[in-house]
Design a protein around this ligand. Structure first.
Ligand code: PMP
Length: 413
């Protein structure tokens, strides 16, 4: 990373201390937070940045000549530049601010529905997608007569790459695939997906919601056409995210919401639109969210990301090893390429019951289908218990999880 500040030796204990929420108690027990795939906690630097914005920089962006408006505009546009360099984009104009991954995917799907897709055209997704990378494409298909084609997954949660190759064809208009599965932890080989699609001239969208907090991402090295992220899953605020698009990939999308800031000129005879990214940012944006997200990127920039990734991989390995000693445990998602997520069931116990009891012992995990109902249907299960890790988790958190799950098992059996 070019504008990288001093990178301290990786120390999860020191990092933990930067997150006020990790110090709280729930049900009279110290919080063990293992729901990071749903949302991460926020470091002090992000919280302070948001307060400073409101105390010293708050004004509307883009439209003002007064000093404060210029400061706010610089903060907002500076955040866009920070995201661009974080992702390795060619420049800030390739970054559209959105509410998050869901809105980013909807923006592209809507654009494709209005400008590219027609009857019989095909959209290729995989079986392990989050609902937010399924439903927008179903809506686009419904509106245009296009068809959603789904690449199957193997028993361990790996996407069947040969089946993917077979699905690519002259009717395929876009491939939309997640970088990392939120319910299985599978890491998809995005470069291979992209290379194969590009051989047919097919653009690729990657849902990076679960990837960016766990490993550096370089959109140009991956050669993706679109990449989507959510600020709140990478230590930033909720309600802010981004869509990266190659310049020509954004250019091909028509406007999707009308209003202030997205226009070149408005008249009753006809309106012309701003160039990307502003074309896709109608109305007053989430300025506070953008500056908070930039602070989260700065926080990550001061972390040794390779060491953090190795630490998280060790937590996942350790969690599998220790949980395996619990009678009746069944892991869902055992791909050799996985990160940060451990999904499991205990005997015939319902995941909600296990999760509810585990919470009483202070351990926050998520239970249910994790917005991936087709994955649950694939395994014939109602849902899973999911522990998901971030760089501030420790082996002590895993120990607390294992003890809580085993106590829950004994109480429920
Ligand atoms: N994709 C994946 C893989 C996710 O895990 C999530 C969030 N659980 C989303 C998309 C949607 O993200 P958001 O709710 O922040 O828009």
């Amino acid at each position: 990373m070019k504008d990288r500040p001093h990178v301290a030796p990786f120390d999860p204990e020191r990092l933990r201390a930067e997150f006020p929420a990790l110090g709280i108690e729930v049900h009279g027990k110290p919080l063990v937070y293992l729901d990071n795939a749903a949302t991460t906690q926020k470091p002090r630097a992000v919280l302070d940045r948001i307060v400073r914005y409101y105390e010293q920089e708050n004004a509307n962006v883009h439209r003002g000549v007064h000093a404060l408006s210029q400061i706010a505009t610089e903060a907002y546009e500076g955040a866009r530049a920070r995201i661009a360099s974080f992702l390795g984009a060619s420049g800030p104009d390739e970054i559209v601010f959105t509410r998050g991954t869901t809105e980013s995917i909807n923006l592209v799907a809507h654009g494709f529905a209005r400008s590219v897709l027609g009857p019989g055209d095909e959209i290729v997704i995989t079986h392990l997608e989050h609902h937010s990378n399924i439903v927008p494409w179903q809506l686009a298909a419904e509106a245009t007569g296009a068809v959603v084609r789904v690449v199957p997954i193997d028993e361990d949660g790996t996407v069947d790459f040969d089946a993917y190759l077979d699905l690519l064809g002259s009717r395929t208009r876009i491939v939309s695939v997640s970088h990392v599965s939120n319910s299985l932890g599978t890491v998809n080989p995005v470069e291979r997906f992209v290379r194969a699609a590009h051989e047919h001239g097919i653009p690729v969208l990657v849902d990076g919601a679960q990837a960016v907090a766990h490993a550096p991402v370089d959109v140009r090295a991956l050669d993706v056409d679109y990449y989507c992220l959510s600020g709140h899953k990478m230590f930033g605020p909720t309600g802010i995210g981004a869509l990266y698009g190659k310049a020509e990939a954004l250019d091909r999308l028509p406007p999707w919401q009308g209003g202030g800031d997205m226009i070149a000129s408005v008249s009753f005879a006809g309106t012309t639109y701003a160039a990307p990214p502003l074309r896709f940012e109608a109305g007053t944006p989430h300025i506070e969210g953008a500056v908070g997200l930039a602070a989260a990127i700065d926080f990550l920039g001061a972390v040794d990301r390779d060491a953090a990734a190795a630490h998280e991989a060790e937590l996942v390995r350790y969690a599998h090893e220790r949980l395996a000693s619990i009678p009746g445990i069944r892991f869902i998602g055992t791909s050799p390429h996985k990160t940060a997520v451990v999904s499991f069931l205990v005997g015939s116990l319902h995941p909600y019951d296990v999760g509810t009891l585990v919470d009483r012992f202070g351990v926050a995990v998520r239970t249910g289908h994790h917005c991936t109902e087709p994955v649950m249907a694939r395994y014939g299960i109602p849902g899973t218990v999911r522990a998901s890790f971030a760089l501030y988790n420790t082996k002590a958190d895993v120990d607390a999880l294992v003890e809580a799950v085993d106590r829950a098992r004994r109480l429920l059996s």
